[in-house]
Write a protein that binds this ligand. Structure first.
Ligand SMILES: C[S@@+](CC[C@H](N)C(=O)[O-])C[C@H]1O[C@@H](n2cnc3c(N)ncnc32)[C@H](O)[C@@H]1O
Length: 255
């Protein structure tokens, strides 16, 4: 395959011409350049208007996708996260979360996600419903789905996250917005956000939690934990710190 980078003033007309006179196998359009891939030489273009540079063979035929180095992430000895393009590990018999690494936060690599997963995993018991606030890719809600939770809600203020979570969890209610956007109240609520975001969202998080199962909060820096913890009534039943990120779970004493 050959690749040509074309720069100049009238790139739109050049591309129109190429579409008519050549079989383009690929096109990348940038602000001031287009790069085209084809099996043959480039058809005649008005070289007064555009400058053409053929790219070296190795670049024209590069096959790297950026996904080659992805690996499964062992969060606990019985809990693993991997993207769909990484094969499952035959010797692993624990809980597997298959989550693509895409535009939304939450592929399992970040310490705050791992802290949240570890706390959720340690306090887990069968619950009828779970809400994941700040769902990102949907990874924490995915944990609940894999554990058989029937009613799952998730929300995020970013559209890319909502789209990713809807794709990952087609049976869940996934809302664009804060916890108040969800239509039900859940037994277990989990939220992995920065300390500041958690602080701001806490009243809405409480309003979606019926307190039958723990509330799991993650994403705080160590110095932020005390301020958040002091606002949650109940007994702390699990804690985790991964790197600079902390998570804890609170169980309401009335249940
Ligand atoms: C650190 S990411 C966590 C993603 C995923 N849950 C995980 O554990 O990897 C935090 C997410 O919270 C979202 N977020 C921040 N404030 C929010 C709010 N008030 N309501 C809903 N989502 C919020 C952000 O858009 C972001 O996607």
């Amino acid at each position: 395959m050959r690749a040509f980078r074309i720069t100049g003033n009238d790139l739109t007309s050049a591309l129109d011409l190429l579409h008519v006179h050549a079989e383009l196998l690929g096109v990348v359009e940038e602000d001031c350049a287009i790069t085209v891939w084809l099996e043959t030489d480039l058809p005649m273009l008005d070289r007064h208007l555009v400058k053409i540079e053929e790219l070296p063979f190795e670049i024209a035929n590069a096959t790297a996708t950026g996904l080659e180095n992805d690996r499964a992430i062992l969060v606990a000895c019985d809990l693993l996260v991997r993207p769909p393009w990484v094969a499952s590990e035959p010797a692993f018999h624990g809980i597997e979360l298959v989550v693509p690494r895409g535009m939304a936060f939450g592929s399992g690599e970040h310490a705050s996600t791992q802290a949240a997963l570890l706390v959720l995993h340690s306090v887990w018991r069968p619950v009828a419903s779970l809400i994941d606030v700040g769902t990102g890719s949907g990874i924490l809600a995915c944990y609940a789905a894999v554990r058989g939770c029937a009613q799952i809600g998730a929300c995020d203020i970013e559209l890319a996250a909502v789209q990713a979570a809807r794709e990952l969890l087609p049976h869940a209610e996934v809302a664009l917005g804060g916890p108040e956007s969800l239509s039900f109240v859940a037994d277990l609520v989990v939220a992995n956000m920065t300390g500041t975001e958690l602080g701001a969202a806490l009243p809405a998080i409480f309003s979606r939690w019926n307190r039958r199962a723990p509330l799991v909060l993650s994403g705080m820096r160590p110095h932020e934990v005390i301020g958040i913890e002091s606002r949650v009534v109940g007994e702390v039943v699990a804690r985790e710190r991964i790197g600079d990120f902390c998570a804890f779970a609170v169980q309401s004493v009335s249940f």
